[in-house]
Design a protein around this ligand. Structure first.
Ligand SMILES: Nc1ncnc2c1ncn2[C@@H]1O[C@H](COP(=O)(O)OP(=O)(O)OP(=O)(O)O)[C@@H](O)[C@H]1O
Ligand SMILES: [Mg+2]
Length: 233
C-alpha cells in the first residue's frame, strides 16, 4: 500500500538575490512498512523535505499525499490534528516538556485529544524502550539516550502512519545511537511502522531497507536493499 506520495516538490526560501532553492523537484513514493534512510551533505535539503512531508512546512510547489489525503488541502486545525495523529516526529534534541514526568510527556499527544491510552500498548512501548522504571522521573533526571527513547515513545503513542526522524542519534554516543536505531527497527518490523530516517552516519543508513541520497535539493540515488529479518526483529 502506498503510504506517502509526493510529486514535484519544490521549496524556495527567500526572494531575489537571497533566494535559496532547498528542494528542486522531488518525486517520491513510500510503501507502508518501509524503512527509508535519507542521506546527503549538509544543506542538501533533508530537513526541509522531512518538514514538508510531516506538514510542519509547506512546499512552494508540488503536493504531498499521506494515505491518499492531500495534506495541503487541510485547514490549520485539521493540519494540527493530522500531525498529531498521523505523523510522529523525532529530532536531534528531544523536545520533552521539562516540567512534566516522562509518563505525561509520552502520553501528551493523547492527552491533547482527551483520549485514554491503550494500557497494553503503552506498556509494550515503554518496556521495549527500557523506560518502565523511569516513568515518574522528570526529563532532566534521565540520560540523553533515555530522553531520546522517551521522545520516540511519544512519537509512537498514536501509532502514526509515518514516523519521521531527523538525526535522532546526532546527539548521542555510538552505543546509545545504535540502541535508538535498534528500537526504530523493532517498531518497523514488529508494528510495520513506516519510517523515514535522516542520518549523516552511513553505517546507520545501512540498517534501512532503502537509501535515498539528496544533493542540492534533488534525489540523486534511490536504492532498495535486501530486507533481512533477524531473529526478533
Ligand atoms: N528557513 C530558512 N530560510 C532560508 N533558507 C533556509 C531555511 N531553512 C533551510 N534553508 C536553506 O535550505 C537548504 C537546505 O536546508 P536543510 O536544512 O534542508 O538541509 P539539510 O540537508 O537538513 O542539512 P543538515 O545536514 O546540515 O541538517 C540550505 O541551503 C539552507 O541554508
Ligand atoms: Mg537538517
Amino acid at each position: 500500500m502506498e503510504l506517502l506520495k509526493c510529486e514535484g516538490l519544490r521549496k524556495v526560501y527567500g526572494a531575489g538575490d537571497s533566494q535559496v532553492v532547498a528542494l528542486d523537484g522531488i518525486d517520491l513514493t513510500v510503501q507502508k512498512g518501509e524503512f527509508v534512510a535519507i542521506v546527503g551533505a549538509s544543506g542538501s535539503g533533508k530537513s526541509t523535505l522531512l518538514h514538508i512531508l510531516g506538514s510542519v512546512d509547506r512546499p512552494t510547489e508540488g503536493r504531498v499525499l499521506v494515505e491518499g489525503t492531500d495534506v495541503a488541502s487541510m485547514n490549520p486545525t485539521q493540519g494540527a490534528i493530522f500531525r498529531r495523529r498521523k505523523v510522529g516526529l523525532v529530532y536531534q534534541f528531544y523536545n520533552l516538556i521539562p516540567t512534566l514526568t516522562i509518563r505525561k510527556n509520552i502520553l501528551m499527544p493523547l492527552m491533547l485529544d482527551r483520549r485514554k491510552p491503550n494500557q497494553e500498548y503503552f506498556e509494550q512501548i515503554v518496556n521495549a524502550l527500557g523506560l518502565g522504571d523511569r516513568l515518574d522521573f522528570l526529563p532532566s533526571q534521565l540520560s540523553g539516550g533515555q530522553q531520546q527513547r522517551a521522545a520516540i515513545a511519544r512519537s509512537l503513542i498514536y501509532r502514526p502512519a509515518l514516523l519521521l526522524a531527523d538525526e535522532p542519534t546526532g546527539n548521542l554516543d555510538r552505543k546509545n545511537g545504535e540502541e535508538i536505531i535498534d528500537m526504530l527497527k523493532l517498531s518497523n518490523r514488529s508494528l510495520n511502522q513506516t519510517i523515514l530516517l535522516i542520518t549523516h552516519d552511513e553505517k546507520l543508513a545501512l540498517e534501512a531497507d532503502r537509501i535515498i541520497t539528496l544533493e542540492d535539493g534533488r534525489i540523486v540515488s534511490d536504492h532498495l536493499r535486501n530486507r533481512a529479518h533477524g531473529p526478533g526483529l
